[in-house]
Write a protein that binds this ligand. Structure first.
Ligand code: CDP
Length: 587
C-alpha cells in the first residue's frame, strides 16, 4: 500500500452501470472470503498513489508525488486515460505485476518447453498474457538425438500450453490469453494452419502465421517456397505459396483463425535489433516483443478529446487537451515499469533495458461521431492519421523530457535511435494500440480504433453476465434530430444498425455507421492510418457479416500486406459458437 494518504477532498468517481459490475468482479480488492472491501474510489486512488509514488525516486522530476497522484486520479476517474487491466488490478498490492504483455521463448528441448509452460503459468496468475513462437521447435517426426526417437512437433506441445492455461485464472479472475506463432517456412506449417479448424479447439490461443516477405512475393508469383528445418537450417521440402495462402484464407473464413503477422516488417521496426529478433507478439497481436520482454499499455479515450465549436467555429479535436493527457500518460506508464514486479528475473532485466511502453487510444468511433465524420470515409482515415501522428509525436516528446529528468533507456546508444542520433528517449517504444476489451467497458467508450459493433447491443462478458449498451452520442443525436422514441431504440437494439431506416435523417444514417455497415477496405485503411504512426502494432479485427466470402478474406489479407499493416485478424459473424460481442438478434 502507498504511503500517500487519500485526500479528504477527493471526489467519488462516477461509474456507469456496466463498469460497476466489471470493477466489482475483477478489479476491486476482496478478502479471503471473496467479499469486496475496496470501494471504486479506493481502487483508483490505490493505483494513482502507487504509480505516482515512483516519482520520488527521481530528484530532477518536475512533479511532486502528492500532486501527481491527484492528477493521475483525475485522469483515470474522468476516463480520459486508463492503464491496462493488470495495473488496475495489482498496483499497490502484494502481487504488483502490472504489465499486460509478455513474450516467452520456447527452446527446442524438453526442459526449455516445460520451463516456458511454467513461466506462462506464473505470468497468467499475475494477470498478464503471453505470446510464443513455436518456430524453433523441430518438426514432427524428426529425430531426437538423445533417445533416437521421433519428435512430437510444435502442435502437440501447443496443446500442452493450452491445457495448462485452462487451469489457471489470470489474477484469479479470468483465464489466460496466449498467442502462438509459427513461421510459414516451418515444416509443420500445414498442421498449424488447420489447428483450430474444429470449434472449441485450442481456445486459450490466438494463432497467427508468421509470414515473410519472401513468402508474400512467392504468393504473388504463384511460386514455390522452401520449408526449412529449424534445428538444422536445411531445406526439407517446398510448397506452393499460393496454395498455402488459399488454405490459410479458407481456415480464417471458417473460424477466424489463424490470423497473420508480417515478421519481417515487425523486425524492420525493431528499435533494438542488436538485442535479437522479435519472433512473437502478445496475445492480441499489438505488441511485438523480444524473448523475455514485457510491456505495459495504457489507452487515451479520444471521445473525451472533442472541442465543441464556439462562436460559429467548427467543432474540432481538442489538441491542447490531448497533448496534456499524452504527457501525463507517458509519465504514468514509465512509472509503471518501476512499480511493477515481474515474475522472472530475466524479464525484469529485459524490461529495464528497453523500457518499452505502449500508449494507445480508445473511443475513436465516439470521437468521429462527435465530429460528424463517417468512419467509412477518407476524411476519417485522414483524421486518424493526424490524431495518431500527434499522439506519437507528443509521446516521444514526453519520453524525451523523461530522459532528461531520469536518463535514457539503457540500450539507447546501440538502438536505432542512438545510431541515428535521435533522442535520447526514455523508452524504446512509446505507442501501441490495444483492443481495450475491458478498459472500454470501464470508460464507457467505443473500443480501440474499432467502429462501433452496434449502436445498441447486448454484450456477453465474463461467463454468463449480459450487459445492454446504447451509444450515448447516438442517443443525443437522435434526440437533437427530434427522432427519439422508446420503440425506435428497441428496434435498433434488435438489428444494431440504422442504415436501412429511411425514415431517419440522412446525416444520422451516414455518420452513425457500425462495423457491419462498413466495407472491409475501410477497416484496413483505418488500421493502416493508425499503424503509420504507431511504434508497435495496432490491434484490429475486420468484422465481417456471415455471408462474407473467401475472396473477401483473401483480399483483406492481401491488402493488409499492401497497406503496410503488421498483421491482421478477421472475424466472420457466426463463425464461432461463442463470441464476445453480439447484437440482440444473433444472441
Ligand atoms: O482492456 P484490457 O486492459 O483488459 O485488455 P485489452 O486491451 O483488451 O488487451 C490488451 C492485452 O492484455 C492483450 O493483448 C493481452 O496481452 C492482455 N490480455 C490478457 O492477457 N488476457 C485477457 N483475457 C485479455 C487481454
Amino acid at each position: 500500500m502507498s504511503k500517500l494518504k487519500m485526500p479528504a477532498s477527493l471526489s467519488d468517481p462516477i461509474i456507469n452501470e456496466n463498469a460497476k459490475i466489471v470493477l466489482k468482479r475483477r478489479y476491486q480488492r476482496k478478502d479471503t472470503e471473496g467479499v469486496t472491501y475496496e470501494t471504486t474510489k479506493e481502487l483508483f486512488w490505490r493505483v494513482a498513489a502507487a504509480i505516482a509514488e515512483e516519482e520520488d525516486k527521481y530528484k530532477e522530476s518536475s512533479f511532486k508525488s502528492t500532486k501527481l497522484a491527484r492528477e493521475f486520479y483525475e485522469l483515470m476517474t474522468s476516463y480520459r486515460f486508463l492503464p491496462n487491466s493488470p495495473t488496475l488490478m495489482n498496483a499497490g498490492t502484494d502481487i504488483g505485476q502490472l504489465a499486460a504483455c509478455f513474450v516467452l521463448p520456447i527452446e527446442d528441448d524438453i526442459e526449455g518447453i516445460f520451463d516456458a509452460v511454467k513461466h506462462a503459468a506464473m505470468i497468467h496468475k499475475s494477470g498478464g498474457g503471453t505470446g510464443f513462437s513455436f518456430s524453433r521447435l523441430r518438426a514432427k517426426d524428426s529425430v531426437v538425438g538423445s533417445t533416437g526417437g521421433v519428435a512430437s512437433g510444435p502442435l502437440s506441445f501447443l496443446k500442452i500450453f493450452n491445457c495448462a492455461t485452462e487451469q489457471i485464472k489470470q489474477g484469479g479472475t479470468r483465464r489466460g490469453a496466449n498467442m502462438g506463432i509459427l513461421r510459414v517456412d516451418h515444416p509443420d506449417i500445414m498442421d498449424f494452419i488447420k489447428a483450430k479448424e474444429r470449434d472449441g479447439e485450442l481456445n486459450n490461443f490466438n494463432l497467427s502465421i508468421g509470414l515473410t516477405e519472401a513468402f508474400m512475393k512467392a504468393v504473388e508469383k504463384k511460386a514455390d517456397f522452401d520449408l526449412i528445418a529449424p534445428n538444422s537450417g536445411e531445406k526439407v521440402g517446398s510448397l506452393n505459396a499460393r496454395d498455402v495462402f488459399n488454405i490459410l484464407v479458407q481456415k480464417a473464413w471458417e473460424s477466424g483463425d489463424p490470423g497473420i503477422v508480417f515478421l519481417d516488417r515487425i523486425n524492420r521496426d525493431n528499435p533494438t535489433p542488436k538485442l535479437g529478433d522479435m519472433e512473437s507478439t502478445n496475445p492480441c497481436g499489438e505488441q511485438p516483443l523480444l524473448p523475455y520482454e514485457a510491456c505495459n499499455l495504457g489507452s487515451i479515450n479520444l471521445g473525451k478529446c472533442f472541442a465543441k465549436g464556439k462562436n460559429g467555429h467548427d467543432s474540432e479535436v481538442d489538441w491542447d487537451e490531448l497533448k496534456r493527457i499524452v504527457h501525463l500518460a507517458v509519465r504514468f506508464l514509465d512509472n509503471v515499469i518501476d512499480a511493477s514486479q515481474y515474475p522472472l528475473p530475466q524479464i525484469t532485466e529485459t524490461v529495464e533495458m528497453n523500457r518499452k511502453i505502449g500508449l494507445g487510444v480508445m473511443g475513436w468511433a465516439d470521437l468521429l461521431y462527435q465530429l460528424k465524420i463517417p468512419y467509412n470515409s477518407q476524411s476519417a482515415v485522414d483524421m486518424g492519421e493526424r490524431v495518431m501522428k500527434f499522439v506519437q509525436d507528443e509521446a516521444r516528446s514526453a519520453s524525451k523530457t523523461l530522459a532528461t529528468e531520469r536518463g535514457h533507456f539503457p540500450t539507447y546508444v546501440e538502438s536505432i535511435f542512438g545510431e541515428a542520433n535521435l533522442g535520447p528517449y526514455r523508452n524504446a517504444t512509446t505507442t501501441t494500440i490495444a483492443p481495450t476489451g475491458t478498459l472500454s467497458i470501464i470508460a464507457g467508450c467505443s473500443s480501440g480504433v474499432e467502429p462501433l459493433f452496434a449502436l445498441s447491443f447486448v454484450r456477453n462478458v465474463m461467463d454468463n453476465d449480459k450487459l445492454v449498451e446504447t451509444n450515448s452520442f447516438f442517443e443525443t443525436a437522435v434526440k437533437d434530430a427530434g427522432a427519439y422514441s422508446a420503440n425506435l431504440m428497441e428496434e435498433i437494439a434488435k438489428i444494431g444498425t440504422i442504415k436501412k431506416m429511411e425514415h431517419l435523417p440522412e446525416e444520422l444514417r451516414t455518420v452513425f455507421v457500425t462495423s457491419m455497415d462498413i466495407e472491409p477496405i475501410w477497416h484496413l485503411k483505418m488500421q493502416a492510418a493508425f499503424q503509420k504512426h504507431t511504434d508497435n502494432a495496432v490491434s484490429k479485427t475486420v468484422n465481417l457479416p456471415s455471408n462474407a466470402t473467401k475472396e473477401d478474406i483473401w483480399n483483406i489479407y492481401w491488402k493488409a500486406y499492401e497497406y503496410g499493416c503488421k498483421g491482421v485478424t478477421v472475424y466472420r459473424d457466426g463463425s464461432k459458437t461463442s463470441q464476445v460481442l453480439c447484437t440482440g438478434e444473433s444472441d
